[in-house]
Design a protein around this ligand. Sequence first.
Ligand SMILES: [Zn+2]
Ligand SMILES: [Zn+2]
Ligand SMILES: [Zn+2]
Ligand SMILES: [Zn+2]
Length: 285
Amino acid sequence: MPDNPREWQCDRCMLADYDAACCLCPLRGGPLKQTTCKQWAHLTCSLVITNVKFDRQIVWKPIDISVVQPFLESDRTTCCFCSQKSNGNISNYIMGLCVRCTNTQCMEYFHVTCAHREGVLFELNDNLTSFRLLCKKCQMNKLYRNSSIHHHNPNHQQNDRREGNIELDMMVIARYSPNCYSYARIVEHCDEMMHHVQFVDNTFVDNIHSADILNRDCEKDRPMIGDPIEVIWNKEQLHGKYAGCHKTKMYRIEFDNGLQTSFKREDFYKLNDDIPKRVQTTKIE
Ligand SMILES: [Zn+2]
Ligand SMILES: [Zn+2]
Ligand SMILES: [Zn+2]
Ligand SMILES: [Zn+2]
C-alpha cells in the first residue's frame, strides 16, 4: 500500500478493465482483485466467503476462490436484501454467492456487499480466519439480551452491573471529571458503531469511533473490509485496513449543571448497583 492511501488503486483500475465485475455478488463498483481463475472479486466478498486469514499476502496475491467455485454453479439461494438469486437466472448472469447469518436459528441469506450496505454486522473471529455475520434482527436480539456486546474483560462484576434495565430519566452516578463522581440523569441511549482496524504492523484494534476514521464518513459510507483508511488512534494518525465493526450500547447522561456526556454501561452506576468505596459523589456547582 502506498504511503498515501488515496493513491491506492485496485487491480481493476490498474488494468483499466472497466467491465470487470465481482463474481461473488451483484454489486458493480468497488475495488476488485483478480482471482486465480481469471475472474474478479471484491476483497470483502472473497474474505467473507472463503474464510481465509486476513493478512498482507492477500493484498498482493490473486484471490483463490477455488473452494467456492463449485457452489457458484449450483447455489440457488435468494438474497434477502436484493431478492436476486445467487445465480442461474435466464441470462445466466452470475449473481454471486449468498452467505448466511451466523445465528443458527436465523434463515437470512445475503450477498456480502448487500449485507454490508444493509448494516449486517461483520466481526472477525478471534483466530482472524473467519467472520461472524449478524443480520440486523439478530443484532437487536443480542443487544436486548446483553444490553451491550463486549469482547474485552467481561468480568462478573461488570456482567452483574449490566443486568436490569436502564430507563430514561433514571438517576445514576457517573464520572464528571477524573476525580469527581456526581449524580446525573439518563437522557438518551443509542447504539454506537465501533470499527475494527488492522494497522500496517498487523496490530488489531476493535474500538475505533466513526469520528476517528478520517478519510470516510462511516455513517453514510461505511468502508468495506480491506479498504485503506486513515485513523486517529492513541492521538496518532495511522494508516490501516478496515476490518469490520460491531455496535455498543451508549448512554447519554446529563449532570446537574447541564453538561452531557456519553458513557458505556460499565462506566456509570445505578443507585442500587454495588458502588465501590472509591466512588464518592460530589455536588457539581
Ligand atoms: Zn479500482
Ligand atoms: Zn462482491
Ligand atoms: Zn443481494
Ligand atoms: Zn440473523
